[in-house]
Design a protein around this ligand. Structure first.
Ligand SMILES: Cc1cc2nc3c(=O)[nH]c(=O)nc-3n(C[C@H](O)[C@H](O)[C@H](O)COP(=O)(O)OP(=O)(O)OC[C@H]3O[C@@H](n4cnc5c(N)ncnc54)[C@H](O)[C@@H]3O)c2cc1C
Length: 463
């Protein structure tokens, strides 16, 4: 059995790991275009800020690990063609060019930054000095070096998860940071605007400007960034602001041109479509991680895998199946997500409200504030929960939580309940642990579920 994996990131390396566990004798080859064995992209902002002392400590599956597991890792080697008619791939790299036959193949080619052309960001083919993206090890090292030279004044274009994690890192390092977001709110794909409000307040209290419904229209400066023209989308007002650093964080584009040429069906935004076995429309070809999409558990809509969590789950499933085993993803992605930004833990599971509305799902929501400990016990932290359930049958659909602590683990509980098809009533009656120094008698999640039950009862439905 010959298994070929394109891409040695989180998804590809996990696929190799599980293929090896499934078949101790299979020939497994991983092609990786960069010089790095698998490392945690998620850790890059923390290596930038200094919380993780060395960039190299982010490596999780080392070259030695691949050797020990008898997996042929070809670094600095790019696959240029996949021919399903003959089950052959073509590659070129450090050790020259070649072809290799496969029995099963896994696309784990990831994504690359989506860079909209801002006027003045480049001169000829070269980016101006001070312009960065932040996806890989080399991007992070380059930004780290630039910021080590002197105090910077940076604008981050795009207030998604990565944009804000980089903003926090630069703030910790003592640089001046501003964020500009085209959409209505920060973390627009992750949480609703009302859940984002406490984070915006926190950023403002720390002196970090965050403009929403705005765009960076032009970069000024001769060879290097000197100023940015920021436009307010509502008023049309333009402001010239001094910056010497621009970080483009406008999202990612999947790397799927080889898959497209190989005949794999792609989704609306160019990701490779897969079934619950992570198999593409071409039999024997699987796809995992940021290059792939599956379906959303709640809405059934296309759901690109844009996170480490889903990349690793897909890697496990595809690795087992590519090696002749049998394993399947759940009915859809829940997209459980979390971060800690500027001292606040922010977590979410399930679609944001606008996606539920787009899918035609009638929803009932409750937003409640509570504490992580009983009110009488010192040290409790404020925590805010926004819970969403179906207006039809009270089934839990989504949950978003913000607080100094306890948001990440609570959302995992909500995720399990959504997966199990539990209702607001089930959650309200769920027995959570209680002891004064650990947890309150009624958890804030249950309080939110009770609030939903009241709303449902008022509209003549039962929770
Ligand atoms: C800064 C940052 C922070 C993040 N934080 C989180 C987080 O906290 N939690 C979370 O869940 N997710 C997070 N993510 C997302 C997560 O890191 C990604 O979803 C995950 O790394 C995707 O893994 P992947 O293997 O699919 O893709 P990648 O890691 O992009 O790997 C794809 C690999 O394929 C290689 N490749 C591409 N084409 C070829 C070819 N033709 N031949 C050979 N090799 C090829 C590339 O060189 C690349 O190394 C973060 C991402 C970033 C950038």
């Amino acid at each position: 059995m010959n298994i070929v994996i394109l891409g040695g990131g989180a998804a590809g390396a996990t696929a190799a790991q599980f293929a090896r566990k499934e078949d101790r004798k299979a020939e497994i080859t991983v092609f990786e275009a960069s010089e790095y064995p698998q490392y945690s992209r998620c850790g890059l902002p923390y290596a930038l800020s200094g919380a993780i002392p060395e960039f190299e400590s982010l490596i999780e599956f080392s070259a030695e690990w691949f050797k020990r597991n008898k997996i042929d890792l070809r670094l600095s080697t790019e696959v240029s063609k996949v021919e399903p008619d003959t089950n052959t791939i073509s590659f070129s790299g450090l050790d020259g060019d070649g072809k290799l036959q496969y029995d099963s193949l896994i696309f784990a080619t990831g994504a690359r930054p989506s860079i909209p052309g801002i006027k003045g960001i480049a001169e000829g083919d070269a980016k101006k000095k001070g312009v960065f993206v932040f996806r890989g090890m080399d991007d992070a090292k380059a930004l780290s070096e630039w910021c080590g030279e002197k105090n910077r004044k940076a604008v981050i274009v795009g207030a998604g998860l990565v944009g804000l994690e980089v903003a926090e890192a630069l703030h910790i390092m003592g640089h001046e940071v501003a964020v500009v977001e085209f959409l209505d709110s920060i973390l627009p794909g992750m949480i609703d605007p009302d859940t984002a409000a406490p984070l915006l307040e926190k950023m403002s209290s720390l002196g970090i400007s965050a403009r929403t419904r705005a765009l960076v229209e032009e970069i000024l400066g001769d060879g290097s960034v000197a100023e940015a023209v920021v436009k307010d989308r509502d008023t049309g007002t333009e402001e010239r602001i001094e910056y010497d650093t621009v970080i483009q964080e406008n999202g990612q584009k999947p790397s799927t041109s080889l898959a497209k040429d190989a005949g794999c069906a792609l989704g609306r935004h160019g990701h490779i479509r897969v079934d619950e076995r992570c198999e593409s429309s071409v039999p024997g070809i699987y796809a995992v991680g940021d290059c792939a999409e599956y379906v959303d558990f709640v809405t059934g809509a296309e759901s690109p895998s844009g996170m480490g969590t889903t990349a690793v789950k897909m890697g496990e499933v595809a690795g087992i199946n590519a090696a002749g085993g049998s394993f399947a993803l759940p009915r859809g992605f829940l997209n459980s997500r979390v971060s800690r930004l500027f001292g606040l833990e922010i977590s979410a599971v399930g679609p944001i409200s606008s996606s539920l509305t787009e899918a035609g799902i009638a929803q009932v929501q409750a937003r409640v504030k509570g504490s992580t400990l009983p009110v009488y016990y010192p040290g409790g932290k404020d925590i805010m929960v926004k819970l969403t359930a179906s207006k039809e049958d009270g089934k839990l659909l989504a949950c978003q939580i913000v607080g100094e602590e306890g948001a990440g683990l609570r959302v995992n509980l909500a995720a399990a309940m959504i997966l199990a098809g539990f209702t607001a009533r089930d959650l309200a009656l769920f027995e959570t642990t209680y002891a004064p120094p650990v947890a309150p008698t009624v958890d804030v999640l249950a309080t939110a579920a009770e609030a939903i039950m009241i709303k449902l009862r008022r509209s003549g439905k039962s929770g």
